[in-house]
Design a protein around this ligand. Sequence first.
Ligand code: NAP
Length: 269
Amino acid sequence: MPSYAVTGTSRGLGLEFVKQLSQNANNTVFAIVRNPDSATNLQTLAKQRPNVHIVKADITDPQSLVSAAAEISKETNGILDVLINNAVSTNPAAGAVPPSQIPLDVAATRDFFKAAYESSLYGAIWTTNAFLPMIESGKEKKIIHISTGIADARVIKGTGVTAAVDYAVAKGAVNILVAKYAAELEPKGIKVVALSPGWVDTYAGPTPKPAEILGVEAYVLQSFQKIWPNLKGQIQPEESIKMVLNVIENLTTEQSGLMISHHGNEEWI
Ligand SMILES: NC(=O)c1ccc[n+]([C@@H]2O[C@H](COP(=O)([O-])OP(=O)(O)OC[C@H]3O[C@@H](n4cnc5c(N)ncnc54)[C@H](OP(=O)(O)O)[C@@H]3O)[C@@H](O)[C@H]2O)c1
C-alpha cells in the first residue's frame, strides 16, 4: 500500500495529483491543504474515496508541517513512501517587475521575494525536513519538489522573459537545494528531484477567462514560441500529472538531484 503526501491540494495540479493517485485503491493519499474548509473540490473527492485523507498544513509554517507529519505518521506507523511538494505562492505585485526595478530598499526587496521564498524555497526545506524520518522508513524513498522550466537559465535567455523574477529565482534556488538534498540522502537510498510539469492550464477564476489573463497567456505563448516554435498552448492538468506520475514511478538514481520535466528529461514543454 504505497503512501503519498502531496502539498497544495485545494486546486490546480495538487488536486489533480490527489485525483489520479487515489484512483488506485491500493494507494493511500494524504492531501495537505492550508484551508480544508474552503477546499470544496478536495472535500468532495475525499467523501467519494476512502483512501484520500485531508491534512491541514501551511508550507510557510514549519510547526504546522511537523503536526501534519505526526498526524500522518499515526495512520501509517511512521512510514511515508513518496512526498510531493507542489504548493506555491507568489507576490502578484512582483509579477511584471524586471530585476533592475527592484527597489534599493531592504524592506521592499524582502517583501518582493517573501511569498515566493517562503512557499517555494523555505517551504521545500521545511516540508522535506518534517517528513524525512518517515521517508527514510518508507519503501519508495522519493521526495519530489515541483519546479518549473522557466527556472532554467537557457529558457530565460531564449525567451527574453523578464517577468516573474521572484518565482523563477525561488524555483532556481529549489533546484540547487534538491541537488544538495540528493547528495546528502543518496547513501540512504532516497531520491530527491525537482520536477517541472510543463505549461499547464490551472486557471481557477471566473469564466470566461478575463481579457487580462488571456493577454498574459498570449504573451507567454509568444515568448515560448521563440524557443519552441511548434508550441500551440497549455496542456491540461490530466495530461501533465499523468506524465509526471509516470516519471515519479520510474525515477532513477541518475535523475536524483536534477530538475527534470514531465517527459523525464530537459524538454520543458
Ligand atoms: N501551472 C503551470 O503551468 C506550472 C508550470 C510550471 C510549474 N508549476 C508548478 O506546479 C505547482 C502547482 O502549480 P499550479 O498551477 O497548480 O498552482 P495553483 O493553481 O496556483 O495552486 C497552488 C496551490 O498551492 C496552495 N498553496 C499556496 N500557498 C500555500 C501554503 N502556504 N501552504 C499550503 N498550500 C499553499 C494553494 O492553496 P490555496 O487554495 O489555499 O491558495 C493551491 O492549492 C507549483 O509548484 C508551480 O510552481 C506550474
